[in-house]
Structure formats: structure tokens, C-alpha cells
Design a protein around this ligand. Structure first.
Ligand code: CA
Length: 226
């Protein structure tokens, strides 16, 4: 059973989320402050952390950073702050996803299920990194570095291919431009954020109508929706 750690100082909201998760077959733990959250996370190694940003004592951002120092557990931040700078900051310290308050439980659960689907995909990918990725009409063969759409080969540059592979390996996950620059370009990077944008534009064009699945995450970067 997958276990979710809920870190939320509003007791009623925490209880509501807990009931919903348990109703859908997940295990749930609740912490009402950051210190307790770190303790529980260390003791019970949850599979997902739902983390409120505004907490008494240690704030959510600090908790996120500390969790990241010792684990790769997916972290979904809850925030009442929709500002671009905040969302980027959250992704930079290692949050995987965001939900802006107020949200519906339905939306929350959809995101939770998406994260667990992604974990499954990543696990399968780690077990067999050379297995072709099959996303319906798009197929990616990591050995041949070949991409086909509806059976037709799409000619991609090295960076376009690397970008697509990264997004396709983590569908539903939002990547910031700076993360993409670091991981795709690394030391070769020059030019700035626009480098990512121009590559995405070309990639979308080459993928045709399926290019629309590469979604712009406002103020942050990009994600692939399947
Ligand atoms: Ca709060």
C-alpha cells in the first residue's frame, strides 16, 4: 500500500484529505507542523508528501528542502500563493507539483493518482532503461534514439530528442526552464531560458498535432500531458 504524508496545520483540511486518501486505498499520516513532518518522514518513508507552504515554525519551503536533502520522495506543495516567483522557488527546492488553494478534493486526488502513475512509469523505466517508450501514437526507442509518430520517423536534433525523452519519461511532471537547461544542456548551455523555449517550439512543430501535449506551465516551464 502506498502511504501519503499530509503536512497541513489546518486540522480540518488535513483530516478531510486523510479520509479521502484512505477511502481510495492509500495509507495516510498527518503532521500539523514541519518538525513533526520531518520526524514522520524519517520514520516511515512515505511514498508521497503533500506539503502545505504556510506552516507554523518551519515553513513548507524549508521542510521541502530538508526532505530533498535525504530523499527523492515526490512532494506536492499546497500554496495559497499563486505568484510566479513562488512557484519557481518551490520547484527549485525540489517540489514536484503544486496545487493552489482553494482546491477541490477531486482535483487533489487526480494529481495524487497522476504522481503515482508517474512513479510506476519511472520504476519500470529504471528496471529497463532501454525499453522503448510507448505513449500511444508516439514511440521512442532509446537504443536507436528514434522517435516515431503514427509509425513515421520524426527527425530530431540531439537536444530536441533529449528534451522529448526527459518529458516523456516523466509525464505530468512540470520542469522549470533552469532544470531543463541544467539537465539537457549542462555546461554546453549558453543563451538563457529562450534556448529552452525555441527548442520546445521546434519540437512541437515536428510532432504535429501531438506537439500540443507539451504544455506550457505558466511562469515555470513545461510538462508533457498524456
Ligand atoms: Ca497552512
Amino acid at each position: 500500500m502506498s502511504t501519503v504524508l499530509i503536512v497541513e496545520d489546518e486540522h480540518e483540511l488535513a483530516a478531510l484529505i486523510r479520509r479521502q486518501l484512505e477511502g481510495e486505498g492509500y495509507g495516510a499520516l498527518v503532521a500539523h507542523d514541519g518538525q513533526t513532518a520531518l520526524l514522520l518522514a524519517a520514520q516511515s518513508a512515505p511514498d508521497l508528501v503533500i506539503l502545505d507552504w504556510m506552516l507554523p515554525g518551519l515553513d513548507g519551503l524549508t521542510v521541502c528542502r530538508r526532505l530533498r536533502e535525504r530523499s527523492a520522495v515526490p512532494i506536492m506543495m499546497l500554496t495559497a500563493r499563486a505568484e510566479e516567483a513562488d512557484r519557481v522557488l518551490g520547484l527549485e527546492v525540489g517540489a514536484d507539483d503544486y496545487l493552489t488553494k482553494p482546491f477541490s478534493l477531486r482535483e487533489l486526488m487526480a494529481r495524487v493518482r497522476a504522481i503515482f502513475r508517474r512513479i510506476d512509469l519511472e520504476r519500470r523505466d529504471q528496471d529497463a532503461p532501454h525499453t522503448p517508450l510507448n505513449h500511444g501514437r508516439v514511440q521512442i526507442d532509446p537504443v536507436a534514439r528514434r522517435v516515431t509518430v503514427d509509425g513515421d520517423t520524426v527527425e530530431l536534433t540531439v537536444k530536441e530528442y533529449d528534451l522529448l525523452l526527459l518529458l516523456a519519461r516523466h509525464p505530468g511532471r512540470s520542469f522549470s526552464r533552469s532544470y531543463l537547461l541544467d539537465h539537457i544542456w549542462g555546461d554546453e548551455y549558453e543563451g538563457g531560458d529562450r534556448t529552452v523555449d525555441t527548442h520546445i517550439v521546434r519540437l512541437r512543430r515536428k510532432l504535429g498535432e501531438l506537439g500540443e501535449r507539451i504544455v506550457t506551465v505558466w511562469g515555470v516551464g513545461y510538462r508533457l500531458e498524456l
